[in-house]
Design a binder for this molecule. Structure first.
Ligand code: UDX
Ligand code: ADP
Length: 461
């Protein structure tokens, strides 16, 4: 097996950037070129203001950048010399045509494959890093071989399981690496080449190899199972509120059963992120395509429960505030889909804010990481007009500023700093009764009640 000298990654996003930075840091003898068509993004990767906020990422990038890690827009040059080409372009849910709202849009994957076919000389290993529907490798292979005269390609699937906010930790010490390849001598050789890269820092027994289709499918299934656990506990949170059970106590009790396990049982205002919803939609679309409507309906329910959890939260705010939030200031703490990331994709906050804005509320929003333009963009995409945004949304510089003069505070992201607020002072600055709606079970509810707040928390009777 020839050891790879050069790796190229097409797509410098949330997945491609951090993953390649880790490979470059761990393999100083391999040159890693990360290329993207988005010039602004590439420029940001070359500064200390990385386009992706991840604790510890800057240190990893700095270790390798300029030594064997390069970010650029020179796609063709990077492809020509690479032994391994990772394809890490986005695969958003389709917004048009067949499968709109459910199927993955593979246009970026296809354009990357065509680009590789046009430019590549000599044998290459192409690695699907983006999350894609099962059997995408067939399409990749067809495009590659039909458009290249001399290129010999092996397509591998190597899904990424990193979670945002803990990307560096997940890349450094993953539960497992999954590599799927064609079960032929050439396919096996390609798999072993990629194994040799990860094996520099990950024990061989943690690197699983499977056939291509199992690998592609496992990514969707892993995310579907994780999301299902959250929807399951969220469904129980509603029952807890009705029965005076406490959802955290229930989660602890069931999680202590080693067959169930304690992780991903934290009830919340609803899961967000770029993967869970997209991957389940994709899974249900695939099931229907393969004539399995019952399986599709089963997984679809995970999303329906999540949507209900978000709308239940905003409806509760409106009802509790005496059935009207019109012209009332509501402080919203957090817009990112979880803490320690500036990513807002599918964040529950988008939908809660949209509902409240459409009810006429004045929203005073604070998030420590998310830029204002992104907040505007997400709300517009969710159907809020620019007029409403201009007239009813204020972006604040701190939690306290947002709460000042508010009728209620809604906690939508679990940022640590939200715990450190001087709640006595905050209470004094708010309208009475002063309400706190804790969508993350983040703050000390009994302390707040002692101060005088009316507290509503997910899953607390
Ligand atoms: C997820 C998968 O975890 C990761 O393996 C995959 O590669 C990409 O998708 P990510 O979306 O970054 O990662 O974040 P994750 O930590 O899984 O959280 C997703 C959402 O679920 C967040 O909104 C989070 O707040 C929510 N969540 C998570 C809960 O509401 N409760 C939990 O117990 C866990
Ligand atoms: P992910 O979360 O999967 O990493 P992102 O949307 O964050 O997804 O990143 C995908 C990146 O891929 C974007 O920066 C986009 O500009 C880039 N991209 C898409 N198509 C191409 C292409 N044909 N060539 C180079 N880069 C591409």
């Amino acid at each position: 097996m020839k050891s790879p000298k050069r790796i190229c990654c097409i797509g410098a996003g949330y997945v491609g950037g951090p993953t390649m930075a880790m490979i470059a840091a761990k393999c100083p003898d391999i040159r890693v070129d990360v290329v993207d068509i988005n010039e602004a993004r590439v420029a940001a990767w070359n500064t200390d203001e990385l386009p992706v906020y991840e604790p510890g990422l800057l240190e990893v990038v700095k270790e390798a950048r300029g030594r064997n890690l390069f970010f650029s827009t020179k796609t063709d040059e990077a492809i020509v010399d690479a032994d391994i080409i990772f394809v890490s372009v986005g695969t958003p849910t389709k917004t048009y045509g067949m499968g709109a709202g459910r199927a993955a849009d593979l246009c970026y994957i296809e354009s990357a494959a065509r680009m590789i076919a046009r430019v590549a000389r000599g044998p290459k290993i192409i690695v699907e890093k983006s999350t894609i529907p099962v059997r995408t490798a067939v399409a990749m292979r067809a495009i590659l071989s039909a458009n290249s005269e001399e290129g010999k390609f092996q397509v591998l699937s190597n899904p990424e399981f990193l979670a945002e906010g803990t990307a560096v930790e997940d890349l450094e010490n993953p539960d497992r690496i999954l590599i799927g390849g064609e079960r032929t001598p050439e396919g096996d050789a390609a798999v072993e080449t990629l194994v040799s890269v990860y094996n520099r820092w990950i024990p061989r027994e943690n690197i699983l190899t499977t056939n291509l289709w199992s690998s592609e499918l496992s990514k969707l299934v892993a995310n579907a199972f994780l999301a299902q656990r959250i929807s399951s506990i969220n469904s129980i949170s509603a029952l807890c509120e009705a029965t005076e059970a406490d959802v955290d106590e229930v989660a602890r009790a069931i999680g202590a059963d080693s067959r169930i396990g304690p992780k991903f049982l934290k009830a919340s205002v609803g899961f967000g992120g770029s993967c869970f919803q997209k991957d389940i939609l994709n899974l249900t679309y695939l099931c229907e395509h393969f004539g399995l409507p019952e399986v599709a309906a089963y997984w679809d329910q995970v999303i329906k429960m999540n949507d209900w959890q978000k709308s239940r939260f905003s409806a509760n705010i409106v009802q509790t505030l005496f059935n009207t939030v019109r012209d009332k200031r509501i402080a919203v703490w957090g817009f990112a889909f979880k803490k320690d990331t500036n990513d807002t994709r599918e964040s529950a906050a988008i939908y809660v804010c949209r509902d409240l804005l459409l009810e006429g509320a004045q929203i005073a929003l604070y998030d420590p990481r998310v830029p204002v333009q992104l907040i505007h963009q997400e709300l517009q995409y969710a159907g809020v007009s620019q007029d409403i945004i201009d007239q009813q949304l204020t972006i604040c510089a701190s939690c306290e500023e947002a709460a000042d003069g508010a009728h209620a505070v809604a906690i939508l992201t679990e940022w640590d700093e939200f715990r450190d607020v001087d709640f006595e002072q905050m209470y004094a600055s708010m309208f009475k009764p002063a309400f706190v709606f804790d969508g993350r079970d983040l703050v000390d509810h009994s302390q707040l009640r002692e101060i005088g707040f009316e507290v509503y928390a997910i899953g607390k009777g």
